[in-house]
Design a protein. Sequence first.
Length: 228
Amino acid sequence: MSNGILPKSLFSFLRKLKRNNNRDWFAEHKQLYQQNVLGPAVELVARLEKPLARCAPMLHVSAKAHNGSVLRIYRDTRFGKDKTPYKTNVGISLRHQAGKDVHAPGIYLHLEPAECFIGAGTWRPESSALASIRAAIDADPKAWKRARDNKAFRADYEFVGESLKTAPRDYPKDHPLIEDLRRKDFVAIAPLSEAELTGDAIVDLIIQRVKQARPLMRFLCDSIGVPY
């Protein structure tokens, strides 16, 4: 057991769940899930509420066990080939107050054995938001490069996600920022270790990463006309 908010048993539960991803096993161990995973994750969100209100007031923080910032462990198996019923990670989504879906710029915390990270930005924005972001990059390339290349931001974050194979409509293939304009996702992630997440400085670390992502978040929010 650590001194932090998240116990080491959170990750050991997720490892066991990966090996036993079935309803019978989960039903038998549901109390452990609530005690070692869901409860601590909700507590982490609660501890983030006040500092986030100061440094990122437009993020919606909801410390609830259901329908809050901690995402459901239950997978939607209707459309994918993978029919395992449970996610083997904990997702915490701090969404922008202006957008009730995943397309608005936000902060996402991913807790999974051997793959933990904090993400910032917008994943698969719908077409009008994506067009607005591209237009903002084209209209003020210096502002975009200041956000993209900010030293504090790039110290820990790197861009991820998919890109178009060719130039988007209305932009020349030799545009100086064509690599950025081709992006389908405007998301950057910063890795975190299990030791950091179960340590007693976790809140300070997450707040620091949120602050580092401010240049990107501000540019994306400005481009689609919402405050940050």
